[in-house]
Design a protein around this ligand. Structure first.
Ligand code: FEO
Ligand code: CA
Ligand code: CA
Length: 700
C-alpha cells in the first residue's frame, strides 16, 4: 500500500557541515527547518568574577602533518614529523604518531603506523543460528530482524567477568539509508517491505564476541546465547513519573505503559551495573504530527513524514484517531540489560523527553547516581538527572535507579563583561571563556518545579519546561560525559551556524561565543566545554565551567580557534565534535561528525590531552572512509585497541553508484559472494596494535 518511497535525498538543504544525504536521512533535515526553540528564554548573565578557576598552564609540543598514502582498503598514514607518543602528561597507554588529516573523498579507514584494523560485524551479518545470510538483493523484514542493524552508532564491548576471551558487544542502530540499502527499482516496487525492513534495521543489537586471548581481535559469535535484536517493533515498558499518564496513552495501549520500539538511537552509555542506556534522538522525523505548538517545539511537522511509515502503521501519524499520543512515547532514554535477552527494555520518563543524544552515569560520593544528557538541537539544553536512591550490590534494584529522581537543566553564566563577548570567538581580556553555572530543578521529589506544568507535562514536554526556567541555549549538545578519572564533565557542542542570525535567534554568550551570519564568525566547527561540579560533587546544583576547545583547522582558519592555550599550529585539525570517550588515564578522545563539509577532511577520531603542559593538544588517531561519520569510540588502551562504529559509509552515493566500498572493498559486483555486497556496509571496527605497545614506532 501507499506511494513509493523517495530514496533520494532532497539536495540543497544542508548547512555546510553534513552531506545532503546525512541531513535528509539522519535528522530529517533539521537544520534546514526553522529553529525549534523560539522561546524568549535568552538567559545569560555576564559578570566579573575574577575568583573563578583558570585554565591550566600552557605548554609546548610538536606536530606536523604529511600526505596520506591511499588506495588500499586500509590506509596507514605516514608518520608525522614529530613524536606523538602518548608518553606526555595525561596521555593514555596507546602510543601512536598522529596521522595527517585525510582528504574527504578518500575511501579508506586510515590508522596510525603500527596499527591494523579488523571488522567485527557489519550491517546484515546474521546474529542467530536461524538467521538468513545477508543478501542485499533479497532482503526482508524477517531477515533484518535477525541480522545486525543499520548505521551502528553507540558502541560498547566488555569482556565477561573472569573470562577475558568471551564478551558482549552492544550497538545502537540510529537510522537507515534506503538509497544505499536497496536497489532503487526493487524498492520502488516494494515500498511496504522497504518500510518494514527499515523499522527492523533501527534499534539496537546485543552480540556475543570471542577472541583467542586478551589483546587479540574480537570476533562476533553467531550463536551467542545473549544475542538479541531490539528494533522499531520490540515491546518496551515505560517507567517513571509519567508512566501511565494520559499523555502516553493510545488506542493500542490504554495503559500508557507499553510502547513498541525504539528509534533513532544515537549515543549512549553503559551503567556501573552493566546495563546500557541509549538516547532516542531525532524521533520527530518518523511521525506526522498535528501542527500543535508542542509538536513544533520538537520539530514535528504536520506534513506526511518523508519515510512514510504512517502508510505501513497508523501509529506513526498523530492525525490517525487514537494515535495522537504515539509521538510522546519516543524521545526518551531507554535502558536494556544485555545480560538477559528475555528482559523487557525500559523507557525512563524521569529523565525527560527531548532529542537525547545519549546518557552517561557518574556515581556521586553518597551513592546516588547522576545521568547527564544533551539535547542535540540548535539552541537546546544540557540536562542532568539525580537518582533518589543509592547504588547497591543488588543489580535488580540498581536497574530501577533511573525510575525516580530529580531532573535539572543547565544555566551557564560567563565571568567576562558582555561587551567582550562579541561573537568573533576572540578570547575576552581575562584569557578564558569561562564562568559559573546552576542546575535548575525541573522536578524535585516527584513534583514539578515548573509553574503551570504538572510533573507529567514537565517530563513529556521537557523542552517547554526548560524554556520557562531560564536554561541556556547551547550550540547543539551532543555527548555529555563525565571523566571517570577526574569527575569533570565534558560537553561536545557540535556546531550552530544559526547563532546570532537575524530573527529570534540568540546571539553569542560566553559559553557559546561564536555567532554571526558570516563564516568568519559563525560556529560551524563546534566547541567543547569542561564543567566542574562544585566540590566535585555530582549532585551539586552549581558548577564552574570553561571552554576547552574552539574547534577548526588552524592551517586554514576560517574563524577563531582555541585549544586550551596549546599552540594552534601544533594540533590536528578538528571540527564538529560529537561522541566523547576516555582512556584508562582519563585522556579525552573525540569523534567527529561533519568534518568533510567544514574543513574538507574525512571524519576522524582524535585524542586530546587534558592535563599538564600539553593540555589542549589534539592528535588525530584515525579517519573513517568517504561519506562516513566516526561514532561510538571505545578506548581499550590496556588491550592496545580502539573500537569505532563506522556509520553511514558512502553516504552521498547510491546502491547503483556507490562512492564507498567499505569494509570489504569488492568493487566488482560480480565478485560479491553470498553474504557480501559490492557497496558500503556500516560496520564495527577494532583498530589494534598487533605488536602491543609499540611506542609509536610501528611494528618491527
Ligand atoms: Fe545522532 Fe546528535 O547525533
Ligand atoms: Ca571569562
Ligand atoms: Ca551523535
Amino acid at each position: 500500500m501507499g506511494t513509493p518511497l523517495n530514496l533520494l535525498p532532497m539536495f540543497g538543504h544542508t548547512r555546510g557541515n553534513r552531506s545532503a544525504a546525512t541531513c535528509h536521512f539522519k535528522c530529517g533535515n533539521a537544520c534546514a527547518k526553522d529553529v525549534c526553540n523560539t522561546s524568549t528564554n535568552n538567559y545569560f548573565r555576564d559578570i566579573a568574577d575574577a575568583a573563578l578557576t583558570r585554565r591550566a598552564a600552557l605548554g609546548l609540543g610538536g606536530v606536523a602533518a604529511g600526505a596520506v598514502v591511499v588506495g588500499a582498503h586500509l590506509a596507514t598514514a605516514p608518520e608525522a614529523a614529530a613524536d606523538f607518543g602518548g608518553n606526555g602528561q595525561g596521555g593514555g597507554k596507546l602510543n601512536f604518531k598522529a596521522i595527517a588529516p585525510v582528504p574527504k573523498n578518500v575511501d579508506a579507514l586510515t590508522v596510525p603506523a603500527g596499527y591494523d584494523s579488523h571488522v567485527i560485524i557489519r550491517w546484515g551479518d546474521p546474529i542467530f543460528n536461524d538467521a538468513p545470510e545477508f543478501d542485499a538483493k533479497n532482503q526482508s523484514a524477517a531477515a533484518q530482524a535477525k541480522q545486525f542493524g543499520y548505521n551502528n552508532d553507540y558502541l560498547n564491548i566488555t569482556a565477561d567477568q573472569g573470562n577475558s576471551r568471551r564478551g558482549i558487544l552492544v550497538a545502537n542502530h540510529e537510522y537507515t539509508n534506503e538509497e544505499l540499502m536497496f536497489d532503487a527499482e526493487w524498492a520502488a516496487a516494494n515500498p511496504e517491505e522497504v518500510r518494514r525492513i527499515a523499522i527492523e534495521a533501527h534499534g539496537m543489537a546485543v552480540v556475543e564476541v570471542r577472541r583467542d586471548k586478551a589483546g587479540e581481535p574480537w570476533n562476533y559469535v553467531k550463536s551467542g546465547a545473549r544475542n538479541r535484536r531490539i528494533t522499531g517493533s520490540t515491546p518496551f515498558t515505560v517507567d517513571g513519573y509519567a508512566a501511565g499518564s494520559d499523555l502516553l496513552k493510545t488506542v493500542a495501549d490504554p495503559t500508557g505503559k507499553r510502547v513498541l520500539g525504539t528509534l533513532n538511537n544515537c549515543a549512549g552509555g553503559t551503567t556501573p551495573w552493566g546495563t546500557v542506556l541509549s538516547g532516542e534522538e531525532n524521533f520527530n522525523q518518523y511521525f506526522q504530527g498535528t501542527g500543535s505548538a508542542t509538536d513544533a517545539r520538537y520539530g514535528i511537522s504536520s506534513a506526511p513524514s518523508e519515510r512514510g511509515w504512517e502508510l505501513t502503521d497508523p501509529r506513526f501519524s498523530a492525525q490517525n484517531k487514537g494515535y495522537e499520543n504515539e509521538i510522546n512515547r519516543f524521545g526518551w532514554v531507554v535502558e536494556i540489560d544485555p545480560q538477559d535477552p528475555t528482559s523487557t527494555p525500559v523507557k525512563h520518563t524521569a529523565l525527560g523527553r527531548f532529542k537525547h543524544e545519549g546518557a552517561n552515569i557518574r556515581v556521586a560520593e553518597d551513592g546516588r547516581v547522576v545521568a547527564y544528557s544533551g539535547d542535540d538541537e540548535r539552541f537546546d539544553y544540557v540536562y542532568k538527572f539525580v537518582s533518589k536512591n543509592k547504588i547497591s550490590k543488588d543489580r535488580e534494584a540498581n536497574k530501577k535507579l533511573l525510575s525516580e529522581g530529580d531532573l535539572y537543566v543547565a544555566q551557564f553564566t560567563g565571568d567576562s563583561p558582555a561587551s567582550e563577548i562579541d561573537g568573533s570567538g576572540k578570547l575576552p581580556s581575562d584569557g578564558a571563556f569561562d564562568g559559573s553555572g546552576k542546575w535548575i530543578a525541573l522536578t524535585k521529589n516527584g513534583k514539578s518545579q515548573v509553574p503551570g506544568m504538572s510533573i507529567e507535562e514537565v517530563l513529556v514536554y521537557t523542552r517547554l519546561a526548560a524554556d520557562k526556567m531560564g536554561a541556556t541555549k547551547m550550540d547543539r549538545p551532543e555527548d555529555v560525559e563525565p571523566n571517570p578519572v577526574t569527575g569533570k564533565l565534558y560537553i561536545a557542542l557540535t556546531n550552530n551556524t544559526d547563532r546570532g542570525k537575524p530573527g529570534k535567534k540568540a546571539g553569542a554568550d560566553e559559553a557559546n561565543p561564536r555567532a554571526g551570519a558570516t563564516s568568519a564568525t559563525a560556529n560551524r566547527d563546534g566547541h567543547v566545554i569542561e564543567l566542574t561540579e562544585t566540590k566535585n560533587d555530582a549532585t551539586a546544583v552549581t558548577f564552574n565551567w570553561n571552554i576547552l576547545l574552539l574547534c577548526g583547522d588552524p592551517k586554514n582558519p576560517v574563524s577563531q580557534q582555541y585549544f586550551a592555550g596549546y599552540p594552534a599550529e601544533k594540533v590536528s585539525p578538528i571540527s564538529c565534535p560529537d561522541n566523547l570517550a576516555f582512556d584508562s588515564k582519563g585522556t579525552l578522545w573525540i569523534s567527529t561528525d561533519g568534518q568533510p563539509g567544514t574543513i574538507g577532511y574525512c571524519d576522524a577520531l582524535h585524542k586530546v590531552t587534558l592535563t599538564g603542559a600539553e593540555r589542549g593538544k589534539v592528535e588525530q588517531f584515525l579517519a573513517v572512509p568517504f561519506g562516513a561519520e566516526t561514532c561510538g569510540p571505545l578506548i581499550h588502551d590496556r588491550d592496545n585497541s580502539v573500537f569505532v562504529s563506522v556509520q553511514h559509509p558512502g553516504e552521498g552515493g547510491s546502491f547503483a553508484a556507490p562512492i564507498s566500498y567499505f569494509p570489504d572493498y569488492i568493487t566488482n559486483p560480480a565478485q560479491a559472494k553470498k553474504g557480501q555486497l559490492s557497496g558500503p556496509r556500516p560496520s564495527v571496527v577494532q583498530v589494534y596494535s598487533p605488536a602491543g605497545a609499540n611506542n609509536g614506532k610501528g611494528n618491527k
